[in-house]
Design a protein around this ligand. Sequence first.
Ligand SMILES: Nc1ncnc2c1ncn2[C@@H]1O[C@H](COP(=O)(O)OP(=O)(O)O)[C@@H](O)[C@H]1O
Ligand SMILES: [Mg+2]
Length: 288
Amino acid sequence: MSLILDIAGLRVSLRRGGHLVRDVSLQVATGQVHGLVGESGAGKTMIAKAVLGILPDAVRVSTGSIGFKGTDLLSLSPRRFRALLGREIAMIPQDPLTGLNPSRRIVAQMTDTLRHHLGQSRGEARGNALRLLQEVQIRDPEKVLDRYPHELSGGMRQRVLIAMAFATEPSLIIADEPTTALDVTVQKQILRLIRQMQERHGTAVLFVTHDLGVVAKICHQVTVLHTGQVVEQGSIDHVMSNAAAPFTRALMAATPRYDQPADALHPVPEAVHQTLRDAARTFDGRNP
Ligand SMILES: Nc1ncnc2c1ncn2[C@@H]1O[C@H](COP(=O)(O)OP(=O)(O)O)[C@@H](O)[C@H]1O
Ligand SMILES: [Mg+2]
């Protein structure tokens, strides 16, 4: 299995000083789903954005490398980087509405992607858009092509975005909390779909979530991030059965299980929250 994504010693820092992500290394191999899990504010999105080259202005990568199929993305010229994005590296966003242009029909947005990245003709692109909507199990794909995003449900919009992410047969897809904005039942369907699609296409996925239950459902490998640092890493079986880090155990205890009634959920105890807050403060304090 060859490596698609090879993040080594990544440090993401604020330009005015202080670090958001420290010395993170993780690898995603061909066809694998790698879960990046951690509490809100842990730095998951910063890692995803570092790979996609879309960090906020106040933030930069200060050390480390982001290898993509053997090339360090950080050393690429903006032009070469843009050529990879959307074609070799695609993303599925958290909020399907932000990923779509509200004023354009689905067909225009899908065919743009296909025409721009794959140089397809209008007719060819329309045919492929239709085929992609069928592949993500959208009923009445002809009708959906002519709709505007607001005319579709959240789950349907996410299916469209999944179709678009896979449209160019990328080697890597970054999915940042792709099911967080959805109802629980829809969430399960979308997770299953992402897993089916990535298996069928052999795509490597970096799957970002705060929910260890979601990770357990679809990931092969997992990295647990806590206040910007890796606290645990390994195969999903290994991490779920031998979680050594206290934080991972707390995260596991707080993970809702679909097979249990809601009253059997264990919320994160206040003591754990306090420990996390203290740890975060110490962590901030350590940084200049
Ligand atoms: N635009 C920004 N400028 C500066 N700091 C930011 C910005 N966005 C997020 N942060 C900070 O970066 C840290 C990590 O955030 P983020 O990666 O979004 O966490 P996660 O995705 O794990 O919830 C947080 O402390 C957050 O406050
Ligand atoms: Mg985030």
